[in-house]
Design a binder for this molecule. Structure first.
Ligand code: AMP
Length: 334
C-alpha cells in the first residue's frame, strides 16, 4: 500500500451516530466491493462532526464504534487503510490552505449548508460553511481517483473537483481530480415514515423513520412493518406517485442485488403487508453477520488499539507526501 500501484478509492463517514441503511446501501457496502479493484482508504470523519455540537464522551465512543463497524462490514485491514481523521493532522492543515483557494460564492450555493443552517439556527458556525473544503482536503490528500458516496454528497464532490482543478491550473498537476462513484441501487435511501426525505441521522425524532445497521432483527422487522406505504395496492416503482413503495423496492434491490423489474414481478399481487415483511427480512439477513462481527471485534480492545495505531501511522505517512508538495508549491517553509 505504500507505493500505490492501483487506483485509489477514498471515503469517509461522520461518527455522529451509528450508520443507518442509507449510509450502508448508499456508501458503505460499495466500500467493501471496491477493495477488489482499488487501494482503499476509509476514514472516520470526526472533525466534520464538530460542525454540529456533540457530547465529547459520546463522540469518542461513536468514533471507535464506527471504526469497528467498518471492519465488521468487511473492510479488510490487510488490504485497506482505516483511520480516524483527527489523528492525521494533515487534514486540518490542507483544509486551511484550500480555504484560501475556495470562494465564498461557491460555498454559499451548497444545499447541505443551507439545510443544516436552517436546522441549527443557533449555531451557524464557520465550520459548517467550510465543511466542503475539509472534505476536499480529505480526498485530495490521498490522490483518490474515486470517491464512493451517496447522492447527497454529489455537490460537495463537484466543489472538490473545482478546487483541485483551480489549484492545478495555478501550480501544475499536484492533485488527482477525483470522480464520484455511485452504486447501482441505494444511492438515495429515504425515511420509512417520510419517504419524501432522505434517511438521515439528524432526524432522530422519529426512530421508526430510520433503520440502523445494528438494530436487532425484531426492531428491524417492526420498523419495516410500520413503513408508510401509498394508496393502491400495486408494488410498482414510481417515486413521484408511490414514494413509500418505491423506496422499499430500492432497499430490497440494493440488499438482494435483484433488479427492480424482477422484484416487481416477484411480488406481483402479493400486497403491501407481505412485501414490507419481505423487505424487513432481507435487511435482517444482510445486517445479521455485521452485527455479530461488530460485537466480537468490540471485545478485542488490544487488537483494535493496535490496528488503529498502525493504520494511523501509515495513513499519515501517505498524507504527508501530498501535503509537502502543496506546501512547497504555495511557498510555505517545510
Ligand atoms: P454522513 O453520515 O453524512 O457522513 O454520510 C456518510 C455516507 O453515507 C455519505 O457517502 C452519504 O452520501 C451516504 N448517505 C447518507 N445518507 C444517505 C441516504 N439516505 N441514502 C444514501 N446514502 C446516504
Amino acid at each position: 500500500m505504500e507505493q500505490p500501484a492501483r487506483l485509489v478509492s477514498y471515503s469517509a463517514m461522520q461518527p455522529t451516530g451509528l450508520p443507518h441503511m442509507g449510509n450502508y446501501l448508499g456508501a458503505l457496502q460499495n466500500w467493501v466491493k471496491l477493495q477488489e479493484q482499488y487501494d482503499c482508504i476509509y476514514c472516520v470523519a470526526d472533525l466534520h462532526s464538530l460542525t454540529v455540537r456533540q457530547d465529547a464522551r459520546q463522540l469518542r465512543k461513536r468514533s471507535r464504534e464506527v471504526f469497528i463497524l467498518y471492519l465488521a462490514m468487511g473492510v479488510d485491514p490487510e488490504r485497506s487503510l482505516v483511520y480516524c481523521q483527527s489523528a492525521v493532522p494533515a487534514h486540518a492543515e490542507l483544509a486551511w490552505i484550500l480555504n484560501c483557494y475556495a470562494y465564498m460564492g461557491e460555498l454559499n450555493r451548497m444545499t447541505q449548508f443551507k439545510e443544516k443552517s436552517q436546522k441549527n439556527t443557533d449555531n451557524i458556525n464557520a465550520g459548517l460553511f467550510t465543511y466542503p473544503v475539509l472534505m476536499a482536503a480529505d480526498i485530495l490528500l490521498y490522490g483518490a481517483n474515486i470517491v464512493p458516496i451517496g447522492d447527497d454528497q454529489r455537490q460537495h464532490l463537484e466543489i472538490c473537483r473545482d478546487i483541485a482543478e483551480r489549484f492545478n491550473n495555478l501550480y501544475g498537476e499536484v492533485f488527482v481530480v477525483p470522480e464520484p462513484y455511485f452504486g447501482e441501487a441505494g444511492s438515495r435511501v429515504m425515511g420509512l415514515q417520510e419517504p419524501e426525505k432522505k434517511m438521515s441521522k439528524s432526524d432522530s425524532a422519529n426512530e421508526n423513520n430510520i433503520v440502523y445497521l445494528l438494530d436487532t432483527p425484531d426492531v428491524i422487522i417492526n420498523k419495516f412493518k410500520r413503513a408508510v406505504t401509498d394508496s393502491g395496492s400495486e408494488i410498482k416503482y414510481s417515486p413521484n406517485d408511490k414514494p413509500g413503495i418505491s423506496n422499499l423496492l430500492s432497499i430490497y434491490c440494493a440488499v438482494t442485488g435483484e433488479s427492480i423489474d424482477a422484484t416487481e414481478a416477484m411480488f406481483d399481487g402479493k400486497g403491501y403487508g407481505y412485501f414490507k415483511l419481505a423487505v424487513g427480512e432481507a435487511v435482517v439477513e444482510r445486517a445479521r453477520p455485521i452485527r455479530q462481527k461488530f460485537e466480537e471485534l468490540g471485545k478485542d480492545k488490544a487488537y483494535i488499539d493496535d490496528l488503529m495505531a498502525r493504520h494511523t501511522e501509515r495513513t499519515y505517512a501517505l498524507a504527508k507526501r501530498i501535503l509537502g508538495k502543496v506546501k512547497r508549491k504555495v511557498g510555505l517553509l517545510s
